[in-house]
Write a protein that binds this ligand. Structure first.
Ligand SMILES: [Zn+2]
Length: 160
């Protein structure tokens, strides 16, 4: 495992933990002292992703991670927490045993988790995935999130 900072191949594992579907390792570069994290994943079959226009593409973790990261920009959410969220969605999708999955279903699975994590990130993500037709639809969603003690999850419930 090469150090992302200096490129040296000499690193040692200082911590190892089980994450969802993966083993997370903290490594220390013997050359420059840089600490970095690696994930070891079990290769599992993922369903094909069916896009809105009906075309299909391979499951793309990086793309999903990027989408969540953008939604979480400048929010108090750690990279590790974002990775964890994507891990959970991936595990759920892989565990569904389905051959195909809609992008909207993936979006909703992410939203369900983001909702509990950060309202702003949730609204940002939702505005992309739900493709609000107009500003009213967007505001309704904002109001729904802000309403205390009434989880809107029932409307987002999905059987993945
Ligand atoms: Zn290094």
């Amino acid at each position: 495992m090469r150090c992302p900072k200096c490129g040296s191949g000499d690193s040692r594992v200082v911590d190892s933990r089980d994450a969802v579907n993966a083993v997370r390792r903290r490594r220390l570069c013997e050359n420059c002292g840089n600490r970095f994290t690696t994930y070891e994943r079990v290769e599992t079959l993922r369903p094909l992703v069916v896009k809105r226009d009906g075309t299909r593409e391979e499951w793309n973790r990086t793309k999903l991670l990027e989408g969540v990261r953008i939604a979480c920009t400048k929010r108090p959410i750690s990279s590790a927490r974002i990775e964890e969220l994507v891990d959970e969605v991936e595990a759920q999708v892989a565990g569904s045993g389905r051959q195909e999955i809609l992008t909207t279903e993936i979006g909703l699975a992410v939203m369900r988790r983001l909702r509990h994590l950060d309202e702003v990130a949730y609204i940002r993500f939702a505005s992309v995935y739900l493709r609000f037709r107009d500003v009213n639809g967007f505001l309704e969603e904002v109001e729904r999130v802000k309403r205390p003690g009434r989880p809107a999850d029932d409307q987002l419930q999905l059987d993945l």
